[in-house]
Design a binder for this molecule. Structure first.
Ligand code: UTP
Length: 297
């Protein structure tokens, strides 16, 4: 058994404006947009719970209480469904959050960037290592979830771990980009990390995706940071500083990522999950075949 502290807390920065989905996100936070019958945030929380997380920390804008409400017990709704013998919907509502998991919330007063959003969770996290999940990066895994894979690497190495995947070189300006070298344990150590580099300046085509396991030291580094790329306080810049005193690993997770912060990504995720759904798969497949036939005609 490792004597390292367990990763018990996960920070969900959900205070962004979601401008790519306006007007849908004018009143409804992006993280409550559904893929089939579950909102994005619920898939992310399920991944966190599978990784052993016990405390969910939502970093929200002041007007985003709807996200926390999704995880709140709803006795009236449950009583209504129970009275009508609506067993399946009742089970789905009851199953939103395992009993031992708590949800806390902190407000990011101004959208000053992802790094700033993570810093807002400092008091609730304390000094211990913790996870960060961006719910709009949805990762569908066959075996262990992406965060579980990363938590296991932290337990084995004691190092911060950043989720990465290869991205097209022409898209590096949308990502943090990391250059890595293999170490003796066969893990990838990050040598350089930069936020949103132009393709000609990118140190590699390994893009950072929305999964992180970080040591508590990241907070003091975030505290001292000024604005970086796009005028925002960037988590990537704090990770670059962390690398000056601690080893930081990259993990090319097993699983397929859908960028649900973009309209196309949300459509692709919806199709993928629907094709894996017993009730929907065959009708949807028939529809897709018919449409594909038309496109190819
Ligand atoms: P995005 O870059 O996707 O921004 O943020 P956004 O506002 O959510 O969406 P668009 O680009 O306007 O459509 C990446 C993640 O960081 C969070 C967002 O909520 C999202 O999970 N974030 C970003 C914050 O919590 N606070 C910020 O100040 C910025």
């Amino acid at each position: 058994m490792s004597s390292r502290p367990r990763i018990r807390k996960a920070v969900f920065p959900v205070a962004g404006l979601g401008t790519r989905f306006l007007p849908a996100t004018k009143a409804v936070p992006k993280e409550l947009l559904p893929v089939l019958d579950k909102p994005l945030i619920q898939y992310a929380v399920e991944e966190a719970c599978e990784a052993g997380i016990e405390t969910i920390i939502l970093v929200t804008r002041g007007d985003k209480e709807a996200i926390a409400r999704h995880f709140t017990h709803a006795p009236d709704l449950e009583a209504f469904l129970a009275e009508r013998n609506s067993h399946q919907p009742l089970e789905r509502v009851r199953g939103i959050l395992p009993g031992q998991v708590e949800v806390l919330e902190v407000t990011q007063e101004q959208p000053l960037g992802l790094g700033h959003a993570v810093l807002c969770a400092r008091k609730l996290v304390g000094d211990e290592p913790f996870a960060v999940i961006l719910p709009d990066d949805m990762i569908r895994s066959q075996g262990a979830g992406a965060l579980r894979q990363m938590v296991d690497i932290y337990q084995e190495s004691g190092c911060s771990v950043i989720g990465v995947e290869e991205v097209p070189l022409e898209l590096t300006q949308r990502y943090g980009v990391a250059a890595v070298e293999p170490n003796h344990q066969g893990r990838m150590e990050i040598r350089t990390i930069v936020e949103k580099p132009r393709p000609e300046e990118a140190p590699s085509n390994l893009g950072v995706v929305g999964r992180y396991v970080l040591t508590g030291k990241i907070f003091e580094l975030l505290e001292g940071l000024g604005a970086g790329a796009g005028g925002e306080i960037q988590l990537t810049d704090a990770i670059a500083r962390l690398m000056e005193s601690q080893t930081v690993l990259a993990h090319p997770f097993q699983g397929e990522r859908f960028d649900c912060g973009s309209r196309l990504g949300l459509v692709k995720a919806t199709i993928e999950y629907a094709l894996a759904d017993e009730e929907l798969a065959s009708d949807l497949a028939a529809f897709l075949r018919q449409r594909a036939g038309r496109l190819l005609a």
